[in-house]
Design a protein. Structure first.
Length: 231
């Protein structure tokens, strides 16, 4: 099914369809190129290393990107699973709660041999250190996720507001010669270094070759979204 779709749908056509739903985000093209490349690698039997992280405050189009891809492939490649999993509910092994296997449960249940796209919602919440009995449980969960996300198409979603707040506080605490005189914009780009300062392990961030930042929507884009919802 993937090969058949690739044979009849060029990237530009795929891109144009999704852009009708996800309005005003130029970096959407990076996400779509990554997805298209993943499916191409699957069709060719090539190794897969297409994981990506999406950093964007609420209202920038993260959820709409997931929803649009899910609806699109439901029609175009019905066998391809597009799932969304709340990573914040995953707990350390041995503690009551959801295990890391929930990331791939839907992929395996649908009999697709693990092919599909998983959106890891609230991914950033598991980067923030959380301690129980002196141990960092967030770090333990990160270690659990390392192998399960390897060789799949996993997209980590998050607002990364904790990192944005850290950057704001750092700017406030360093007022003086050469310092920024105003707060960091809450739509500033989040980098790998920011995520590591936030609490991500080098191994975890290394599993994601691509980081995509969504930015604040323009007034024109907001107007278009409003008009679309009223249609």
């Amino acid at each position: 099914s993937i090969k058949e779709w690739l044979g009849r749908v060029p990237f530009t056509e795929f891109r144009n369809v999704i852009h009708k739903d996800v309005i005003g985000q130029d970096n959407l093209d990076l996400v779509l190129a990554n997805v298209y490349n993943y499916l191409t690698n699957v069709a060719l039997g090539n190794p897969v290393n297409n994981n990506m992280l999406m950093a964007a405050p609420s209202g920038c189009g993260k959820t709409e990107t997931y929803r649009s891809l899910r609806n699109y492939f439901k029609t175009e490649i019905p066998e391809l699973t597009i799932s969304q999993v709340d990573v914040s509910v995953i707990t350390e092994e041995g503690i009551v709660g959801a295990g890391s296997s929930i990331l791939v449960d839907e992929l395996m249940e649908n009999g697709t041999n693990g092919y599909g796209i998983v959106f890891m919602d609230e991914f950033d919440k598991k980067l923030i250190p959380s301690f129980a009995e002196g141990a960092n449980t967030s770090a333990a969960v990160q270690n659990q996720l390392l192998t399960i996300i390897e060789g799949r198409e996993v997209i980590g979603l998050g607002s990364f507001n904790e990192s944005r707040e850290q950057k704001k506080n750092a700017a406030k605490n360093n007022l003086g010669f050469g310092a920024r005189t105003q707060d960091n914009d809450m739509f500033d780009e989040i980098t790998r270094e920011d995520m590591i300062k936030m609490g991500a392990s080098y191994e975890m961030i290394g599993r994601f070759p691509l980081i995509v930042n969504y930015h604040k929507l323009s007034e024109e884009a907001v107007d278009k979204i409003i008009d679309k919802t009223l249609e």
